[in-house]
Design a binder for this molecule. Structure first.
Ligand SMILES: CC(C)(COP(=O)(O)OP(=O)(O)OC[C@H]1O[C@@H](n2cnc3c(N)ncnc32)[C@H](O)[C@@H]1OP(=O)(O)O)[C@@H](O)C(=O)NCCC(=O)NCCS
Length: 487
């Protein structure tokens, strides 16, 4: 380390600008403040935006590339210095670059991957994602081909059975889906009892309860039950929506498509072909997305040999959070809060100041634009123009401009960004955005549950213990001082 340090110092001397100088310029702070112990977010100038500027300056000054993985580790002046030293010495192989955060733990070293970042859980034959190049394929078929040529029913078949159906297979599948459009009475009663519940909470509870009322309840994972789930989940969402607004239930139709039936049950009107197409497209784009938090949850539950209702209930719970599926609802709140395209820059600054994420941006896997967002942007624009109401679309576009520095660092628009606006344009109530996204995601979860079962293994990572060890137990009478932060 000593020799690296001196070699880097020599490198520094040879440069016109010292590291301290580059940092002080990027963060707009005095050089005297730049010490090794100075940490990201320890001063107001080194906030998220300052960080982006700083990393860009370092890349320009030192000719290094700082990728998303490096970025998460560069959190102090010391980290930056070490990173640049490693970059300088990379060719001579004097430094071992560890691919993950490495923590000292007693005598041994353990590699911790917080948030399971970059951990490959297993192999899959369902969905291919290339996060660097923004590619997404279901069973080898590009989502672009599918949104242009397929239907939700056909895509669900593709995901669940592994190949595109023949016309006879698709007809049979469609018939089965239509036949399954009904709900057991006790589930309707349960929905009535949850009249005041948030739609996503009611959905989670109803799916959990559904397992108790299925005809094939002893064979929970039968094909019939999987097909029923695809048809019943939209009915749960639509019925609960009618119940909470004291409206009569609109019984499902067996004559129209999955997408059209969903919209029909929500407002009693058969949608136009165009609107049906838009919902089809969006449901196709929601249908699967690799081992995201909810699919991973479904796999964890399946890994214990629990049944499909348990796995889907857990997946729905994971999906509801605003960092995952819940973001789609938050995007519309954000659009309303911004109010005008002119306010977008201020909004981003305010978010930076509060150190809060801008909704609809960022993704664990994509380091470029989410390919689903690219498709949905076109749809959102076309629909806004068709409905002659473009203000929300303009706000989104202005926000994209205001987010340029983030986009340069790989924090780009994700699927929720334009999908939120499309749902709003389709007249869907805001708190149904996440349940409807969920309806789209069911084929993906079912397929992943099946794949997990086909080569099952209990999923059980470890934790690295960092607490105190070998404490002597003291009787309560001896504990007369407060030695913990308990209540
Ligand atoms: C989706 C999300 C949770 C991914 O998180 P992640 O992979 O753990 O990435 P991180 O949160 O570590 O982000 C890496 C960096 O990008 C920044 N970033 C990520 N998403 C951001 C966003 N939406 N707005 C502003 N900055 C963001 C982080 O602040 C972090 O910066 P830092 O390195 O200076 O601390 C995150 O991007 C987010 O919260 N997005 C908003 C919610 C959303 O739209 N979710 C739907 C996802 S499909």
């Amino acid at each position: 380390m000593e020799s690296l340090s001196s070699s880097f110092s020599k490198g520094l001397k040879e440069r016109e600008k010292t590291l301290e100088y580059v940092i002080s310029e990027a963060l707009q702070i005095p050089q005297s403040q730049v010490e090794d112990d100075l940490e990201y977010r320890s001063i107001s100038e080194w906030d998220s935006m300052g960080h982006v500027n700083l990393l860009i300056s370092l890349e320009e000054e030192y000719g290094v590339t700082i990728d998303a993985h490096d970025r998460s580790k560069l959190l102090s002046v010391r980290d930056l210095r070490n990173f640049l030293m490693q970059a300088e010495n990379k060719d001579s192989n004097t430094v071992e670059i560890v691919g993950n955060e490495t923590k000292g733990y007693s005598e041994q070293k353990q590699t911790i991957s917080r948030g399971l970042v970059d951990v490959i859980l297993d192999s899959t034959e369902i969905t291919y994602i290339d996060g660097e190049n923004g590619l997404l394929q279901y069973r080898g078929y590009s989502i672009h081909e599918l949104v242009n040529n397929s239907t939700f029913e056909e895509t669900a078949y593709l995901l669940m059975f592994g190949s595109l159906p023949t016309s006879v297979q698709l007809k049979d599948f469609d018939q089965e889906l239509k036949k399954a459009r009904n709900l057991p009475e006790p589930i309707i009663d349960l929905l009535i009892s949850m009249k005041e519940a948030r739609p996503m909470d009611a959905l989670r509870t109803a799916v959990s309860a559904l397992g108790n009322f299925q005809e094939n309840s002893l064979k929970h994972d039968s094909l019939n039950n999987k097909i029923s789930l695809l048809s019943q989940i939209p009915i749960i969402v639509a019925f609960h929506n009618s119940i909470r607004f004291n409206r009569e239930l609109v019984m499902p139709s067996e004559k129209i498509s999955h997408a059209a039936n969903l919209l029909y049950m929500l407002d009693g009107k058969i949608p136009s072909i165009n609107v049906e197409k838009v919902l089809n497209k969006i449901l196709i784009l929601h249908a699967d997305h690799g081992s995201n938090a909810s699919a991973f949850t479904a796999r964890v539950v399946t890994g214990t040999s629990a049944d499909i209702y348990a796995a889907l209930t857990a997946a729905i719970a994971a999906f509801s959070g605003k960092l995952h599926g819940g973001a789609i609802e938050e995007v519309l709140t954000m659009i309303k809060e911004i109010g005008s395209p002119d306010n977008a820059t201020m909004y981003v600054k305010e978010k930076q100041r509060k150190n809060e994420p801008v909704m609809g941006f960022g993704h664990r896997v994509y380091k470029t634009i989410d390919p689903r967002a690219k498709i949905l942007r076109e749809t959102a624009q076309a629909l806004s123009e068709e409905f002659n109401t473009t203000i929300y679309f303009e706000i989104l576009e202005s926000l994209v401009s205001a987010m340029r520095p983030y986009i340069k660092k790989g924090v780009n628009v994700n699927v929720d960004y334009y999908a939120s606006l499309i749902y709003q344009l389709l007249g869907i109530p805001q708190d149904l955005f996440v349940p409807i996204f969920t309806i789209g995601r069911i084929p993906g979860w079912i397929s992943q549950i099946e794949e997990q079962k086909s080569k099952n293994i209990l999923i059980r990572p470890k934790l690295s213990y960092t607490g105190i060890k070998n404490q002597p137990y003291r009787p309560i009478s001896d504990r007369n001082h407060i030695d913990s932060e308990g209540f």
